[in-house]
Design a protein. Structure first.
Length: 75
C-alpha cells in the first residue's frame, strides 16, 4: 500500500490557508454597533467592516393569561 506524505511546503500552505480562513470568519462575524443618528429604537450590526444593517428593536410582548383576557371582555 502506497502512502503519500505532505511536503513541508505543502503543509505550510495548508496551515496558512486554514489560518486565513479562521481570520476571515472572525472578521465576518456580525458585531453590534451604536447608531446615534437612528436613536435607541434601532438595532444595528456591522459585518466585516463593509456591510451595516439596521432594524427596529423588537419590543417585548406583554404576557397575559387567557383567563385574565376572558374576564376583561365579559364585563
Amino acid at each position: 500500500m502506497m502512502t503519500s506524505r505532505l511536503s513541508p511546503k505543502a503543509l505550510a500552505i495548508a496551515v496558512a490557508v486554514v489560518a486565513l480562513a479562521g481570520v476571515a470568519l472572525l472578521l465576518a462575524r456580525p458585531k453590534p454597533i451604536e447608531s446615534a443618528v437612528l436613536g435607541a429604537d434601532w438595532e444595528c450590526t456591522q459585518t466585516a467592516f463593509l456591510l451595516t444593517t439596521c432594524a427596529p428593536r423588537a419590543t417585548p410582548a406583554v404576557e397575559t393569561s387567557r383567563k385574565d383576557a376572558i374576564r376583561q371582555t365579559r364585563g
